[in-house]
Design a protein around this ligand. Structure first.
Ligand code: F6P
Length: 322
């Protein structure tokens, strides 16, 4: 393989730059030319290709966001969009692609491989951690640390005023961020998409906590849940418990910031591994790390199989908040 393209797609995640850097430098070390494609799937259609070299990825390992930009692109789901992408890839002589992103990015590669003769390898980059075939995704560790920093601050003011807080974290379809933040931040309760919510039980737990001498309580809520937004949950809980709840939505701050050491390391390993896989002629797989070992999982499996939450941690949340 002589020419490889790399792009980031979907929601950005801290550590994507470290992955791009590893792809470019490991590719170049093997004599492979690496081309950056700007704005994800959209850049493949709009022909935004630029040759990269070692210097173009200097001083980026510590930066959040993605130097290649990213986008969510509906056109890539159409036959016309895919065909245009293939024409652009062929025009540049790109034989392999490293696609850094989440499940939408992977689904795009599955479709592209049906109409393109090249090779593609995915690298899991999303703060949500909802990708099968890797213990953690790039950006997840930074996101939970960012959310925890915020929760620690909220706890100070919650304790001072003896207040209840609902803190909404990201996670449209999965509770990985919420669970890990609830454990790390000592939350009293957690509401996640994977579990049917029992608001009455939560209200009761809040009341017991107050009667048992708790000065403050925090409920961590994943944005995707069966009740609705944090404001609606606060309203319902107020009706059930009589207490007032302050609401904090952490939102996109969880996506930004300098990646943690763990995310830089994971991104570097998986970017390097993606080049290794492509150079062996492997295609249609995603690079991942399971139990400390690099693994390649078929893209089909990554999008059709469900990664489970840590059941042990889940059980601990209500026990630890007594
Ligand atoms: O997939 C990552 C993510 O941050 C989700 O947690 C969140 O629901 C979504 O992206 C937000 O997307 P956007 O930035 O397009 O609003």
């Amino acid at each position: 393989m002589k020419k490889v393209g790399v792009f980031t797609s979907g929601g950005d995640a801290p550590g994507m730059n470290a992955a791009i850097r590893a792809v470019v430098r490991c590719g170049n070390a093997q004599g492979v030319e690496v081309w950056g494609i700007h704005s994800g799937h959209r850049g493949l259609i709009e022909n935004k290709f630029n040759k990269m070299d070692s210097r173009s990825v200097g001083n980026i390992i510590q930066r959040g966001g993605t130097i290649l930009g990213t986008a969510r692109c509906k056109e890539f789901k159409t036959e016309a969009g895919l065909k245009q992408a293939v024409r652009n890839l062929e025009q540049h002589g790109v034989e392999g692609l490293v696609a850094i992103g989440g499940d939408g990015t992977y689904r795009g590669m599955i479709e592209l491989l049906k109409v393109w003769k090249g090779h593609a390898v995915g690298v899991p980059g999303t703060i949500d951690n909802d990708i099968y075939g890797t213990d953690e995704t790039i950006g997840f560790n930074t996101a939970i640390n960012t959310a925890l920093e915020a929760i620690d601050k909220i706890r100070d003011t919650a304790d001072a005023h003896e207040r209840f807080f609902i803190v909404e974290v990201m996670g449209r379809h999965a509770g990985f961020i919420a669970l890990n933040v609830a454990i790390g931040g000592g939350a009293e309760e957690m509401i996640i998409p994977e579990v049917k919510t029992d608001l009455k039980a939560i209200a009761e737990h809040m009341r017991e906590g107050r009667e048992g001498g708790k000065r403050s309580s925090i409920v961590v809520v994943a944005e995707g849940n069966d009740i609705g937004g944090a404001a609606k949950i606060a309203e319902e809980l107020k009706k059930l418990s009589g207490f007032d709840y302050r609401v904090v939505i952490l939102g996109h701050i969880q996506r930004g910031g300098s990646p943690t050491a763990l995310d830089r390391r994971l991104a570097t390993k998986l970017g390097a591994f993606a080049i290794e896989l492509l150079s062996k002629g492997t295609s249609g797989v995603a690079a991942g790390e399971l139990n400390g070992k690099r693994v390649a999982t078929s893209l089909e499996d990554t999008v059709s199989k469900k990664k489970e939450l840590d059941a042990y941690l889940q059980k601990l949340v209500p026990i630890l908040s007594r």
